[in-house]
Design a protein around this ligand. Structure first.
Ligand code: NAD
Ligand code: UDP
Length: 332
């Protein structure tokens, strides 16, 4: 049984990936500092998987702790989710974002190298495409960023490419996620952001459950089907399964690979609201407001490469995403 170190494993995408890892007979070791997650996730993971998760509380920047983890466990591969991810906050606190995201990755890679563990999956983001010059987005398109969060993702991709150039025995997978939503079918784990959500679906569910009064739709004058922003929403369980395929590829097709993890479908904000209302039989209060600074009109993936290479594609529908997100929020 292979041992997988999951950094940020109590977070949103990490926790769903931990479930899939156990389902696929991997053994999991998590490190997380709970900066954006809660200890109760560990109990929920145990409830879902009926397995014991080995957990280390601490910061991925802490090389002493990382060395201890590698000493106490024979780690085969690392999936690196840990990082700060709020775009707006990154503009206000750039140093914290560079410090946390870049230094944690460097520390991790250094300790992996010391321990001759060279299989690495990195949580990158569609944000590295900046404002795409064509759609759907393919992996070979130009990269740029518009905020410090995006810059950390792009810089880490560059670091990983340089590392691979220096030593081809690394297996590195850069997974560029589009917009994950939804939750595990048990509704025990899901997206549970602190404070007022920044992202669309977490905001919609808070309006649906009466915790927030009204959804602000940021602009209806974009060059899109109905003027509101278009994104590629992907069910988090599909996204989590993509990591299993990526791990399997390390044995079959070693090297550095880059994949978009999206569905290939673009939905507008209004389509999201309408689908959510229909599936859950509930009205969402909304009003149209100003555009949000830094937003782009449309962003959706070409999922062709990842399907061709890994035989992975998203299975769940927008209806599944809307239903699951609402059910999870109702339980909070
Ligand atoms: P999340 O905040 O729910 O999970 C991240 C986890 O990492 C949290 O549990 C947090 O406590 C932990 N963490 C952060 N810094 C740490 C550190 N230095 N040491 C130890 N633990 C630390 O976020 P998520 O949505 O699950 O995202 C996971 C990864 O995927 C992130 O790297 C994020 O940038 C990337 N990503 C997310 C999205 C998205 O929309 N959710 C999209 C693209 C990429
Ligand atoms: N959005 C919105 N109201 C909100 C949050 C988001 O209208 O309260 C819009 C946003 O302008 C974008 C889409 O919903 O067009 C997705 O935004 P999100 O922040 O979830 O993802 P990202 O923009 O990072 O892809």
């Amino acid at each position: 049984m292979k041992n997988i170190l999951v950094t940020g494993g109590t977070g949103y995408i990490g926790s769903h990936t931990v479930v899939e890892l156990f389902d696929n007979n991997y053994n999991v070791i998590i490190i997380d500092n709970f900066s954006n997650s809660k200890p109760k996730v560990l109990d929920k993971l145990k409830e879902i998987t009926k397995k014991e998760v080995k957990f280390y509380e601490g910061d991925v920047q802490d090389k002493t702790l990382l060395r201890q983890i590698f000493r106490e466990n024979k780690i085969d591969s690392v999936i690196h989710f840990a990082g700060l991810k709020a775009v707006g906050e990154s503009v206000e606190k750039p140093l914290e974002y560079y410090q946390n995201n870049i230094v944690s990755t460097l520390s991790l890679l250094e300790v992996m190298k010391e321990n001759k563990c060279k299989n690495f999956i990195f949580s990158s983001s569609a944000t590295v495409y900046g404002t795409p010059n064509k759609l759907p987005i393919t992996e070979d398109m130009p990269l740029s960023t518009t905020n410090p969060y995006g810059s950390t993702k792009l810089m880490i991709e560059m670091i990983l490419k340089d590392l691979y150039t220096s030593d081809k025995s690394w297996n590195i997978s850069l997974l560029r996620y589009f917009n994950p939503v939804g939750c595990h079918h048990s509704y025990l784990i899901g997206e549970d952001p602190n404070g007022i959500p920044n992202n669309l679906m977490p905001y919609i569910v808070k309006v649906a459950t009466g915790k927030l009064p009204i959804l602000n739709i940021f602009g209806n004058d974009y060059d899109t089907k109905d003027g509101t922003g278009v994104r590629d929403y992907i069910h988090v369980v599909d996204l989590a399964k993509g990591h299993i395929k990526s791990l399997e590829e390390f044995d079959k097709n070693p090297g550095l690979v880059i994949y978009n993890l999206g569905t290939g479908n673009g939905y507008s904000v209004l389509e999201m609201v309408k689908t959510f209302e229909k599936v859950n039989n509930i009205k969402i209060n909304y009003k149209i407001t100003e555009r949000r600074p830094g937003d782009i009109a449309s962003c959706y993936a070409s999922p062709d490469k990842v399907y061709k290479k890994l035989k992975w594609k998203a299975e769940k529908t927008l209806e599944d995403m809307c239903k699951d997100a609402y059910q999870f929020e109702k339980k909070q």
